[in-house]
Design a protein around this ligand. Structure first.
Ligand SMILES: Nc1nc2c(ncn2[C@@H]2O[C@H](COP(=O)(O)OP(=O)(O)O)[C@@H](O)[C@H]2O)c(=O)[nH]1
Ligand SMILES: [Mg+2]
Length: 373
């Protein structure tokens, strides 16, 4: 696992989320810097903090420095020059996560498109910086004319877009292929740091040390889960992210594509969030799941981190979600293991109550004819 110094806002929600994003991208946070303001002109942070950072960076020698805000190329350049480290801003970090999770042809193209878009808005300033001559080849560009570089990105975006039009048609086949293997699938969804990976490990019985555990989920995000002798496949999906830039929404949604054909979704909710936060995140999850065409009957709501919340607060929080009538809601703690076996039972019951349609041979042949190979 690569190491990172993380610079983020001095706020619990921001810190938890930013750490979660770092972990999802495969970085272990070895030092944390909390700031009230991250949009100062020259470095994002103040010169004084940069000096401190220089010292810490010398000591802990991180692989990267992660800045939980958007950086302009000049700010990135200024930081990299002083700190002699690769600097990743929030958007670059999110794009790395999407890149590592994209599995279908379509989602890879969607991520590529978002990456090009990220480059495009930085093109002008990057070319100017590269042409200053101080550091030729800075960030991988040589001495370029602005127009040439800009048009090159534009051209590549067009190519990706036309490939995307074709890729869309292959989607259906992927979906079918998964079911062909005969396993029924369960997917974990929810916000970053809600506890998806912890639950994934607890439910599948993996006991590993923290860093190894995080690394494992990056490489193998699908495992077998056996519930009363019956095997299922369970997958840890890419988490929802607060303040996701509009241009990344398609890339994000395409990485969630498997949610549309999974047999059951465990929506992991951090019940330790404030009521306000809880409602906001919940409605945003439900909206996206709805847009992806997920049926409500396929969702089991796992209210996680119940070990951190008092009973009377929990009641209030559940009622704020308007889910109290819903039988498929369960309070758990992925950390202590509370109600995990009940959750498994609920999963099995819910799946069994659905009419699982086992496709017949001739249906596969039809599908193949229709979508090519
Ligand atoms: N107290 C408590 N902490 C938890 C629980 N589940 C997860 N966490 C912690 O919440 C943080 C984020 O968990 P993680 O599984 O990485 O979240 P993910 O981003 O949804 O995969 C980690 O520090 C976990 O140790 C829980 O049930 N109780
Ligand atoms: Mg995770």
């Amino acid at each position: 696992m690569n190491s990172a110094i993380l610079i983020t806002y001095d706020q619990e929600d921001s810190i938890n989320e930013a750490k979660g994003l770092c972990n999802a991208a495969g970085y272990e946070v070895v030092h944390l810097i909390k700031q009230n303001f991250l949009q100062k002109p020259k470095y994002g942070i103040s010169g004084g903090v940069v000096e401190q950072l220089e010292e810490i960076s010398e000591k802990v020698k991180p692989d990267v420095i992660i800045f939980d805000e958007i950086l302009k190329p000049s700010q990135n350049y200024n930081l990299a020059t002083v700190l002699h480290r690769e600097i990743l801003d929030r958007e670059a970090l999110i794009l790395e996560i999407f890149e590592s999770r994209a599995s279908s042809a379509e989602s890879k193209l969607q991520v590529k498109l978002a990456q090009l878009r990220y480059e495009m808005v930085r093109a002008k300033e990057k070319v100017r910086l590269a042409n200053m001559g101080e550091q030729p080849g800075f960030m991988g560009i040589g001495k370029f004319e602005v127009d040439v570089y800009y048009n090159d990105i534009k051209h590549r975006m067009q190519t990706v877009r036309s490939k995307l039009e074709k890729a869309g048609k292959q989607r259906e086949l992927h979906r079918q292929g998964r079911k062909r293997m005969g396993f029924r699938t369960i997917s974990l969804a929810g916000y970053t740091s809600a506890g998806k990976t912890t639950l994934f490990n607890k439910a599948t019985g993996e006991i590993r040390d923290q860093s190894k555990e995080l690394f494992t989920t990056l490489t193998t995000t699908t495992r077998r889960l056996v519930i009363s002798q019956e095997p299922f496949l369970i997958a840890d999906t890419v988490g929802f992210i607060s303040k996701l830039p509009a241009y990344m929404i398609d890339a994000f949604r395409s990485t969630l594509e498997e949610l549309t054909y999974t047999d059951l979704i465990i929506l992991v909710i951090d019940v330790n969030d404030s009521v306000l936060e809880l409602k906001k995140k919940f409605s945003s999850c439900m909206k996206t799941l709805n847009e992806l065409g997920v049926k409500q009957s396929k969702i089991v709501y796992a209210l996680n981190k119940s070990d951190l919340v008092r009973d009377k607060d929990i009641e209030q929080k559940i009622s704020s979600l308007n889910l109290s009538e819903n039988g498929k809601l369960i309070l758990i703690s992925a950390k202590t293991g509370k109600n995990i076996s009940q959750l498994k039972k609920l999963i099995k019951e819910t799946i069994e109550n659905q009419n699982y349609h086992q496709p017949k041979n001739n249906e596969w042949r039809e599908a193949e004819k229709q979508f090519g190979n």
